[in-house]
Design a protein around this ligand. Structure first.
Ligand code: HT9
Ligand code: FE2
Length: 380
């Protein structure tokens, strides 16, 4: 904004855009109402999820994890000569709200902001909804006479930093299993379930949909391969789901992690590493659905269980994010930087194409997309 950074980025600030979470018991219901407004989630499910938060003192772990990620991003940016680049944090569903953060940035002089989402994959919930909330923020600011341009880094599910740090975590979790469970242990990759219909329209329409599952399968295969290299043997794996929340009549991605652990046990699998590749840090889904519920299932059936760490604020992951910031900046300047990616899918698009991860309920302008038109700015 005022300090020019020694490396010339075409951006005035970097924004970490996240989900947000409650800070105490009184925040829990208002937070859940923010998250589920207009989403048709049954009341019973909301009450059950409120209990999960209250079980942890009404506080989501996500905010502290984001603060840690911000601290590490700051260290990495400074080390690369980007000490002058302001680093901001805003959320979709709780304070600090993204609209307020962008307003402050605008007041401080920012006009072009690069965003990093705390979500690695394509789907309405994991990408487009963030883009729509950015769109709503830009609309609100335009009505105040403030104009801002916003870009995002590409999806990082298959960036080598993400897959490699996950592979290290799987290899480390394997070591935690007691012998003889370790030798025949299976890797159970877990992500957030979404409605089948949401997966069906995920990703660029030209790719035929299904990107959410396809991307997770690609990451799982690559992480298992890399972890297997570290462990010195091939690792068998599956992809399963947690945190289903819609009405029972609506099909969501399955199997559920708990059902799957029972099946593996019945089939004679001697132990499992549960690897939450769908989450970038130990969110409530990880703390409750995996560390509490799935761990209890495993205990009940006598299945040795180790949970692999999420990438969190791991230095190698953070360096990968800053690589992606530099890559996006180079593209914004019209260059053609290297775009490293692991697995079979290739590097993801930089700018989401028209109807990418379509919203099945409404047409809402989604920022950072090919078809996004900045709202008209009111004259102050
Ligand atoms: C794909 C996906 C991610 C991963 C991508 C990403 O990270 O963004 C994610 C992340 C998160 N989801 C979170 C919390 C919640 N998600 C809910 C509801 C839903 N999530 C969905 C999908 C996803 N969600 C969906 C399809 C619904 C149904 C309602 C709807 O169609 O929108 C509900 C309502 C209650 C319930 O139904 O469970 C809550 C409270 C938190 C915060 C956790 C914390 O506090 O640590 C985080 C990081
Ligand atoms: Fe969610």
């Amino acid at each position: 904004m005022t300090d020019a950074s020694p490396i010339d980025l075409p951006y005035d600030a970097l924004l970490l855009l996240s989900f947000g979470g409650p800070e105490g018991p009184d925040d829990v219901m208002p937070f859940l109402e923010n998250v589920t407004r207009g989403r048709g989630i049954p009341r019973e499910r909301l009450e059950a999820v409120a209990e999960h938060y209250l079980h942890f003192g009404g506080r989501s772990p996500i905010n502290d994890q984001n603060k840690e990620l911000l601290a590490q991003l700051r260290v990495e940016l400074d080390a690369r000569g980007l000490a002058g680049l302001p680093l901001l944090w805003g959320n979709r569903n709780w304070e600090p709200y993204v609209t307020d953060v962008l307003r402050e940035a605008h007041e401080a002089g920012a006009r072009r902001v690069l965003t990093v989402f705390t979500s690695a994959y394509s789907s309405y919930s994991s990408c487009r909804q963030y883009r729509e909330d950015l769109g709503k923020a830009l609309q609100a600011l335009a009505e105040e006479g403030r104009s801002l341009e916003v870009d995002k880094i590409r999806h990082y599910f298959n960036h080598p930093a993400f897959t490699d740090v996950n592979a290290q975590a799987v290899a480390a979790a394997l070591e935690e299993l007691p012998e003889p469970a370790r030798a025949g242990a299976r890797v159970v990759f877990v992500t957030h379930s979404v409605p089948d219909a949401m997966n069906d329209v995920s990703g660029p329409p030209a790719a035929g949909g299904g990107a959410y599952v396809r991307q997770h399968l690609d990451v799982a295969a690559e992480v298992a391969r890399r972890a297997g290299e570290r462990a010195g043997r091939e690792l068998a794996w599956d992809l399963v789901y947690c945190s289903r929340s819609g009405p029972p009549t609506q099909p969501w991605l399955e199997p559920d992690v708990n059902d799957h652990l029972r099946e593996l046990h019945a089939a004679g699998v001697p132990g499992v590493v549960v690897a939450p590749i769908g989450f970038v840090s130990d969110h409530m889904e990880v703390k409750f659905d995996l560390d509490t519920e799935a761990a209890e299932t495993a205990e009940e059936i006598g299945l040795p269980f180790a949970r692999a760490a999420t990438v969190g604020a791991h230095a190698q992951f953070v360096a990968g994010l800053v690589d992606l910031v530099e890559e996006r900046a180079a593209e914004a300047r019209g260059g053609s930087p290297a775009r490293p990616a692991t697995g079979a899918l290739g590097a993801s698009h930089t700018v989401c194409p028209v109807d990418c991860c379509r919203n099945l309920r409404a047409q809402v302008p989604a920022a950072t997309g090919e078809d996004y038109r900045a709202p008209a700015v009111a004259r102050g």
